[in-house]
Design a protein around this ligand. Structure first.
Ligand SMILES: [Zn+2]
Length: 261
């Protein structure tokens, strides 16, 4: 079936129906950008590539590419501390993945495993991420199993204190058509990166170059995070439209066309 790309008006329609105010107590609980989450599970608002395994990979890549000294075990502890314990760590696979000890069901983590150097990682880094989360899973970290194929209708970059549930029925030629969006929650990602930068400096998980502090680390996360997001979107869904959805405090929003992947 041909992919249906969403127009700006379609996205506005989806957001109007699917927006919800973020519960501040859940703001650091993550999920993947993956478009296959069900609305019914009320997926976490903080959407980023690969959920928490993706976040750990992002931190390690930042250390490699910026020349920061990294203590991997302490980095993992910092991530656990920021989310509020092992049982708040989130990851996912999908029903196509036969090998339950890998993250092949997550498009982002699969790309990292195939081509670590593209993401600024070594093979050893990827193995550390996989083994850390395998262990975390046995200590009640949460793994969601997603189903079906990606619909690849659009990407939305969300800004503000609202989240968007990813599934929606559009009226097309008198028919109801199920559409799903990939999401990246810029505001929550930035908030958590500030908290992570603070925690990593406090617990010596990362040692920066002299004269640099939390702000430098925060900016480096933003830089590497954008690379990781775009790298994975290009390999999963080239040509998909990208929109920014910016909320004000009342939940009113503006949708801006940012071009295509
Ligand atoms: Zn994923």
């Amino acid at each position: 079936m041909q992919t249906v790309y969403l127009s700006r008006e379609h996205v506005a329609d989806l957001v109007q129906v699917n927006k919800y105010k973020i519960d501040p107590s859940l703001q650091f609980i993550s999920r993947c950008i993956d478009d296959r989450y069900h609305n019914i599970d009320h997926p976490a608002s903080l959407a980023l590539p690969g959920a928490d395994p993706g976040e750990l990979a992002l931190i390690l890549a930042t250390g490699n590419l910026y020349g920061f000294e990294v203590d991997k075990v302490k980095v993992f502890k910092a991530l656990e501390a920021v989310v509020g314990g092992t049982n708040n760590l989130q990851m996912h696979t999908d029903s196509h993945d036969e090998n339950k000890d890998s993250f092949k069901g997550c498009g982002h983590m699969n790309q990292l495993e195939i081509s670590p150097e593209t993401y600024g990682l070594t093979q050893e880094d990827v193995e550390f991420v996989l083994s850390s989360f395998k262990l975390a899973k046995s200590h009640h970290a949460k793994e969601v199993v997603l189903e079906g194929q990606h619909k690849k209708n659009a990407v939305v970059i969300v800004k503000g204190n609202y989240g968007i549930m990813p599934r929606h029925y559009l009226e097309v030629n008198g028919q109801k058509l199920l559409v799903e969006v990939f999401e990246f929650h810029q505001t929550l990602v930035d908030k958590r990166h500030r908290a992570l930068a603070q925690e990593l400096i406090k617990n010596d998980g990362m040692k920066l170059i002299e004269g640099q502090g939390e702000e430098s680390l925060f900016e480096a996360f933003g830089d590497i995070g954008e690379n990781h997001l775009m790298e994975t979107l290009r390999s999963l869904a080239k040509g998909m439209p990208i929109y920014e959805v910016k909320f004000d405090e009342e939940g009113e929003f503006k949708v801006t066309d940012l071009g295509t992947v």
